[in-house]
Write a protein that binds this ligand. Structure first.
Ligand code: COA
Ligand code: AMP
Length: 634
């Protein structure tokens, strides 16, 4: 099949408003937009101003009304607990009506924020959609974050209520959520007065009298009473959710997603980009706490009338490296979306792909990888094992959908290993040098996107228009700065090589080294510190902390490491995967005092490095090399 990509991309470029107006026909609107795009609205313009709509109606109710009532909407498959459960669209609607009634009874109204701090259980999805139903703004916090991270998000989003659960389950341990929830509520300045808590049988918790409502009994009561809460029309430009993502400091950025543009973009992506039809089974093996989970576990597949899989497990160890193939064959999955790290983990345990042959994968058509750079070796291994196209695509929490991809529905283009292919409609990409000049093809530079961003991309940061401008729009006027470095080749394929800020990517999770440095600096013996990401065969990168101790302090390195690791786990959470501390006498700096993190990373990764001309004292880099060797990185 000849790809329609160029024709479709050109049609978007010729007339973006006509393009998105056409795409908007996939959505039910309560009232139409006054115009497709208002360049004077918001920070850089707003999509579909004046329109009213409801995301829950589009994701659930309209499918019940239009013949999908008995189709599976959500399949919960939890190899970690042994549980499996299917919800049809009609059953899902019943769950949402009841939970929406509970939220209402707790005083949640349109525009109120609700934090969702939950493991991968169906109730997490219900909580998101029930918020959407009543026009409340959800903010999901990933379960691997510690109490302090949760407290930061409570203070920034000032929620009326938190929906949580008694525990999450990780291989080999049950994670008690309740102490984290209670700790965060206590730490936060904003006082949360109501929680709805799901009791899980693996570890029940005590409910706080007067504050906590038991999820199951409240929902059951609402069902018994036949409570029906209709979908509340909201403005297309009203926020659907706020999702916090790592910034360059410990203060995360609250990425705002609107209702209208988000639906239009996601609905468009399901066929054109992912090649999936309504009624088919789509699986994003991520977590609802990440943007991939928001967009491709919950909203996009449901908006498109697909069946989505909610998988509570890991690619390996639950129980083995064949879990993914079992899920694909058992539920008839046509497309899987996950992070390359998951495939590196599987390959690490089953390099010959012996598990693959044990399952019927005949319905499976495409594997999509994103969240971090897909290394060619991993792509080739997956292609060889699965005999389907393996598609790398690049996006960010901020965009909510792919920026560049090899578009399966439009017709696959030739694959270039290491490249997430070509820009999607909505994205006019440029590569600029630091002074803002376009660089020649093939030259590495700052990857930026011409404003306005397309529907679905963030219109701003929560309560922080100025931070949004400063972080994304200021440096290259007229463009959105992705903070990724890359280049475009002679065929227009993009290659994303690294971040230009201090964000690192650990097992597909986006983490701020600046945030970790803030925690290391809290240790009483640490005078100065630097955290860098170093290469890791499975996780892509892992953090490594260099610490300079206070004058006169001498510590056993192993003891010190234990304390610092525990501190990061306590402050940020296990997801930081912070395990390594390297004590050093001094940190390498430029003469103006900037720590040479980039050079330290090259040394740790055994890459070629040049002595920076501005270095204060070249001998320090020798000391760093020796310290790394002593720690086993030499
Ligand atoms: N709640 C509590 N703790 C969590 C958690 C959660 N939801 N998710 C992860 N953690 C913990 C892990 O248990 C681990 O703890 P440990 O240090 O005690 O072992 C720590 O956080 C680090 O987790 P992770 O980096 O995920 O490492 P892992 O060794 O547990 O698993 C992979 C590695 C590759 C199997 C896993 O990261 C994975 O499946 N990743 C691919 C999919 C993905 O999630 N992508 C993200 C967006 S697309
Ligand atoms: P997140 O906001 O967590 O989705 O992380 C976004 C960042 O992950 C991007 O800015 C990139 O640095 C990286 N990333 C995501 N997908 C890819 C990809 N396909 N190739 C290279 N880097 C990627």
């Amino acid at each position: 099949m000849v790809s329609r990509y160029h024709e479709v991309y050109d049609s978007w470029k010729r007339d973006p408003e006509a393009f998105w107006a056409e795409a908007a026909n996939a959505i039910d609107w309560h009232s139409p937009a006054e115009r497709v795009f208002d360049p004077a609205g918001g920070v850089y313009g707003r999509w579909f101003p004046g329109a009213t709509c409801n995301t829950c109606h589009n994701a659930v109710d309209r499918h019940v009304e239009n013949g999908r009532a008995e189709q599976a909407a959500l399949i919960y498959d939890s190899p970690i607990t042994g549980a499996k459960k299917t919800y049809t669209y009609a059953q899902m609607k019943t769950e949402l009506e009841a939970l929406a009634a509970v939220l209402r009874d707790c005083g949640v109204e349109k525009g109120d924020r609700v934090i969702i701090y939950m493991p991968m259980v169906p109730e997490a999805v219900f909580a998101m959609l029930a918020c959407a139903r009543i026009g409340a703004i959800h903010s999901v916090v990933f379960g691997g974050f510690a109490a302090r991270e949760l407290a930061t998000r409570i203070d920034d989003s000032t929620p009326k209520l938190i929906v949580s659960a008694s525990c999450g389950i990780e291989p080999g341990r049950v994670v008690a959520y309740k102490p984290l929830l209670d700790g965060a509520i206590q730490m936060a300045r904003h006082k949360v007065e109501t929680c709805v808590v799901l009791q899980r049988e693996q570890l029940e918790c005590e409910l706080v009298e007067g504050r906590d409502t038991d999820y199951a009994s409240a929902v059951d009561e609402a069902k018994r009473a036949g409570r029906k809460v209709p979908c509340v029309p909201v403005a297309a430009t009203d926020p659907l959710y706020v999702l916090y993502t790592s910034g360059t400091t410990g203060q995360p950025k609250g990425v705002v997603r609107d209702n209208g543009g988000h639906m239009v973009m996601l609905a468009w992506s399901m066929w054109n980009e992912f090649g999936v039809k309504p009624g088919e089974v789509f699986w994003a093996a991520s977590d609802v706490g990440w943007v991939v989970g928001h967009s491709y576990i919950v909203y996009a597949p449901l908006l498109h009338g697909c069946t989505t899989i909610l998988f509570e497990g890991k690619p390996v160890g639950t129980p083995d490296a064949g879990t993914f193939w079992r899920v694909i064959s058992e539920h008839g999955v046509v497309a899987l979306f996950t992070a390359p790290t998951a495939f590196r983990a599987i390959k690490g345990q089953d390099s010959k792909g012996e598990f693959v042959g044990r399952y019927d994968l005949s319905k499976f058509r495409t594997l999509f990888l994103a969240g971090e750079r897909a290394d060619p070796e991993t792509i080739k291994w997956a292609e060889n094992q699965l005999k389907v196209p393996v598609i790398d695509h690049w996006w960010q929490t901020e965009t909510g959908a792919p920026i560049s991809q090899n578009p399966i529905g439009l017709g696959q283009l030739p694959v270039k290993y290491g490249s997430p292919a070509v820009p999607m409609p909505g994205y006019d990409m440029h590569v600029l040098d630091d002074a803002g000049h376009e660089v020649p093809r093939g030259t590495l530079g700052n990857v930026v996107v011409s404003l306005p961003l397309p529907p679905g991309a963030l219109p701003t940061l929560w309560n922080a228009d100025q931070r949004f401008r400063d972080a994304y729009l200021e440096e290259f006027p007229g463009y959105y700065k992705t903070a990724d470095a890359g280049y475009v080749d002679e065929d227009g394929y993009l290659f994303i090589m690294a971040r230009t800020d201090d964000i690192i990517n650990v097992a597909g999770h986006r983490l701020s080294t600046g945030g970790m440095e803030e925690v290391l600096a809290e240790h009483p013996d640490v005078a100065e510190c630097a955290v860098i990401g170093i290469a890791d065969a499975m996780k892509g990168q892992v953090p490594c902390g260099f610490v300079v101790l206070n004058a006169g302090v001498s510590r056993d390195p192993a003891e010190l490491e234990k304390e610092v690791v525990a501190l990061v786990r306590d402050r940020i959470g296990p997801v930081a995967a912070f395990k390594t501390v390297v004590p050093v006498k001094r940190l390498p700096k430029t003469r103006s005092g900037k720590i040479l993190r980039g050079t330290m990373q090259k040394i740790a990764d055994h890459e070629d490095w040049k002595m920076p001309a501005t270095i204060d004292d070249p001998a320090i880099l020798e000391e760093i090399t020796e310290a790394l060797k002593a720690r086993g990185f030499g």
